[in-house]
Design a protein around this ligand. Structure first.
Ligand code: ZN
Length: 350
């Protein structure tokens, strides 16, 4: 549980960067020059991050097509948000479109119920544009802070130092994001305190994402029964935590039939022994192959061949389990027996 509190605090600190940026933006009412300069910085930071970091990483991780489709989806989403929320009242009245609508002064209940009299005035077209971009940026930043929080949470659960590093990096880059959120709002006539509050709140998506990741990751656990045969039996299986969702059998036959039944019923993902610990026997086979050739591989070559073989074997078992809707152990037997039958057929034995 301690890790979860740490993740929460770390991501909260990272998220406060947005509020800090918001504060920087509104602490002194920026003149047109500072405004242009600050917005320029923020645009530069955001574009550089998007193209040198985010899209690049996405391309590397998931390939060009998937990442580009995601990129397009994000753009379309922001466009739809842009066209569907054109009329938002945010403390200052909109510009009426018809001439006589100057008379319109309907006492619309203000969102925060604290519109001070005498503050009501019309927005200039530029201010309207600013309001719109402020709202769009706030929505965009809030949405993207959620996966950033996930990165902090998942990073910390992986290695605490890594999580802290991510949190610091996000804290720093959240400052320009906070400026980008609060500045256009403030400039469009929204009161400074409200502009700051929007930036501050958008940063709170960060701990939400982080907690989500941390709770998700701690609700699962792996178990590696190694060395001893029959160690998970009808008795000891009761002591296996409910959080164990994956069992990798290092030993030969560590799970008895009764215990296996329990795992099957609870949908635990089991990597069965003769798949999980097959690395040793596979490399033994490589040794005999090398002896036959009288040509010996480097360590790297051995590992590479092993990786190919084991990954192929694992994938065919997972595919079989999914296709036939069977337990991993049964799927592994099905794959193995299938192969023996095929080999016997090819040799004309059957
Ligand atoms: Zn960000």
């Amino acid at each position: 549980m301690n890790a979860i509190i740490t993740v929460f605090l770390l991501s909260l600190i990272a998220g406060l960067g947005t509020g800090l940026g918001g504060l920087i933006a509104v602490i002194r009412r920026p003149g047109p020059r500072q405004y242009g300069f600050l917005m320029g910085i923020t645009a530069g930071v955001m574009i550089t991050l998007s193209f040198l970091e985010l899209v690049n990483e996405a391309w590397e991780l998931q390939g060009f097509a998937t990442a580009t489709i995601g990129f397009g989806a994000g753009a379309i989403f922001m466009f739809v948000v842009d066209v569907t929320i054109p009329h938002i009242r945010f403390g200052v009245k909109e510009i009426p479109h018809s001439a006589e609508s100057n008379a319109i002064d309907t006492p619309e209940p203000h969102r925060h119920g604290r519109r001070r009299s005498g503050q009501v005035r019309n927005r200039t077209p530029i201010e309207q544009g600013l309001l719109k971009s402020g709202i769009l940026i706030a929505i965009g930043i809030t949405i993207h802070n959620f996966p950033e929080g996930i990165a902090v949470g998942a990073g910390y659960m992986h290695t605490p130092a890594f999580g802290i590093f991510i949190a610091l990096a996000i804290l720093l880059h959240n400052i320009p994001e906070g400026i980008a959120t609060a500045l256009p709002l403030c400039k469009s006539g929204v009161c400074r305190w409200d502009s700051f509050r929007v930036a501050f709140l958008s940063g709170l998506a960060e701990p939400v994402g982080a907690l989500f990741a941390a709770l998700f990751l701690t609700s699962f656990q792996g178990l590696i029964p190694g060395a001893l045969e029959g160690q998970i039996n009808a008795e000891t299986v009761k002591r296996v935590s409910d959080r164990v969702r994956l069992i990798a059998e290092g030993a030969n036959g560590p799970t008895t039939l009764e215990a296996d039944q329990v795992f099957m019923e609870n949908n635990v993902f089991v990597i069965p022994d003769f798949l999980c610990n097959a690395g040793g026997v596979t490399v033994s086979y490589f040794e005999s192959v090398q002896n036959d050739m009288n040509y010996y591989w480097t360590r790297e070559e051995v590992l590479e061949h092993l990786d190919t073989k084991i990954t192929q074997a694992f994938n065919s078992v997972v595919e079989m389990a999914a296709r036939e809707q069977v337990f991993m152990r049964d799927a592994a037997y099905m794959v193995a027996i299938d192969r023996v039958v095929k080999a016997m057929e090819l040799r004309g034995w059957l």
